[in-house]
Ligand binder design. Structure first.
Ligand code: FCB
Length: 462
């Protein structure tokens, strides 16, 4: 049996806005996502997150699920607007108390907390004052990080500044698919820069308060391949990889912004020239502040075909994915996880890597006997565990794996249409039910090894 290293941190992940609900209780202020979900046409099923999984009132039950699963760690995010309802000034005591109790309750169960500071729910007042495209937001984030770490830093050993700055900047300000729903590349680029800059400053501030705590950032990375060896397809893959992966990895690891991508933006008219207007002297040094780990969220890969195809070739000028897809339309590609882990290790060499999210959207519902036979999710997870095991065997220092997600939840622009949980959530009753995939994960975590999936399935069916 393939075993994982001793102390491998098996975990499950969630984020505040996606599960908590209680959006106007105990002094929580509004966030950009509360406004975005209230705007008509923004969310696929017209839903919002005012109740979500009602986790705010069901914490104990959800902690019981984590204990049953046997995870050694739990990655959750702190709702910035619970702690600082208008983003600045004095903290809201009730907000901090909620997370203080959560941390204590986890530790009492022997589960290590892994705190995400910014999983997208920027206080609305900060957004209205300029938000991520404005440099002032950097200081506001550092203040928030300090407030949280002063309270929790004595017990929390792992913290991350931002979750997926690509999504906040590109989906939020470039493509308009996420809050705040803008379509402006100049503003998206400024937002990305201020996210990275605030990460660097916050890292220094967190270290000063909690020197024993590991600090890092979480990126969603998409390994990219050309659809053919043609020059045009290779160029398409270069551009995609540049904008998605290198735009964040390069400055974080001291290389500055990748020049080829800067020139793409100059050509497209997103910035006036190669001197990026939002970058001030010293910023790149702060962004490259050393961290303890890099968190990678991995879901799929990209296979790129150029828009510039010969006339005889009428292939669509799109991303081409060849394999099976999950319900959200993302290709199942475990080899991409192995590839991105090896690449990041070889090219950027973070001291340690965590897979901070991996999982799959499948709507498989309880059958007549009340069992969720989510075979596709079991195969997805098993093959991604195997890819991780292979990367570790190849020498990549992967220290943990967090399942996305503990339970079905509010999937941003997709509302409740996509179910990523290993626990089924019945939104009408708020009942939780362990899916077959949760049982599989429990066995794998207990064994700290890849149990034989097919044998496991046969046994479970018997
Ligand atoms: C990631 C997000 C997470 C969840 C998964 C499916 O981009 O970090 O909140 O939505 O995708």
């Amino acid at each position: 049996m393939k075993t994982f290293p001793d102390h491998f941190l098996w975990g499950a992940a969630t984020s505040a806005f996606q599960i908590e609900g209680a959006t106007d209780e105990d002094g929580r202020g509004p966030s950009v996502w509360d406004r975005f979900t209230a705007e008509p046409g923004r969310i696929r099923d017209g839903s919002d997150a005012r109740v979500a999984c009602d986790h705010y009132h069901r914490v104990d039950q959800d902690l019981d699920a984590l204990s049953w699963l046997g995870v050694r760690s739990y990655r959750f995010s702190i709702a910035w607007p619970r702690v600082l309802p208008t983003g600045r000034g004095a903290p809201n005591a009730a907000g901090l108390d909620f997370y203080d109790r959560l941390v204590d309750a986890l530790l009492a169960r022997g589960i290590e907390p892994f705190v995400t500071l910014n999983h997208w729910d920027l206080p609305l007042a900060l957004h209205d004052a300029g938000g991520w495209p404005a440099r002032d937001t950097v200081g506001a984030f550092v203040h928030y990080a300090e407030v949280v770490m002063r309270r929790l830093g004595d017990r929390v050993r792992r913290v991350c500044t931002h979750n997926e700055p690509w999504c906040i900047s590109t989906l939020g300000f470039g493509k308009g698919e996420h809050a705040p729903g803008e379509r402006s590349w100049p503003r998206a680029l400024a937002a990305a820069h201020h996210l990275l800059l605030s990460h660097g400053h916050a890292t220094l501030a967190i270290r000063a308060i909690a020197p024993a705590t590991e600090v890092g950032i979480v990126l969603n990375l998409v390994p990219t391949e050309p659809a053919s060896p043609s020059e045009a397809d290779r160029e398409a893959a270069r551009a995609f990889d540049g904008g998605f992966n290198r735009w964040f990895l390069d400055p974080l690891y001291g290389r500055g912004y990748p020049l080829d991508v800067v020139f793409d933006h100059v050509h497209a008219g997103h910035v006036p020239g190669p001197e990026l207007p939002f970058v001030h002297d010293g910023d790149l040094r702060v962004i490259a502040t050393p961290t303890d780990y890099l968190g990678i969220n991995y879901y799929s890969r990209a296979v790129m075909r150029s828009a510039v195809v010969p006339e005889a070739d009428n292939s669509p000028p799109t991303v081409v994915a060849s394999g099976d897809k999950t319900d959200i339309g993302w290709e199942v590609a475990p080899s991409g996880l192995h590839a991105i882990l090896r690449r990041v290790h070889a090219e950027y060499a973070p001291p340690k890597l965590y897979i901070t999210e991996n999982g799959a959207a499948y709507g498989t519902a309880p059958d007549a006997t009340g069992r969720v036979r989510d075979l596709a999710r079991q195969r997805y997870l098993w093959t991604h565990f195997a890819a991780t095991h292979q990367a570790i065997a190849d020498g990549v220092p992967v220290a943990g794996f967090y399942l996305w997600s503990l339970m079905d939840n509010f999937e941003w622009g997709e509302g409740y249409t996509q179910r990523f949980g290993i626990f089924w959530v019945d939104y009408a009753t708020q009942a939780r039910l362990a899916k077959d995939s949760a049982h599989l994960c429990r066995r794998i975590i207990r064994a700290n090894a890849l149990v034989d999936l097919e044998a496991d399935l046969t046994e479970a069916a018997a």
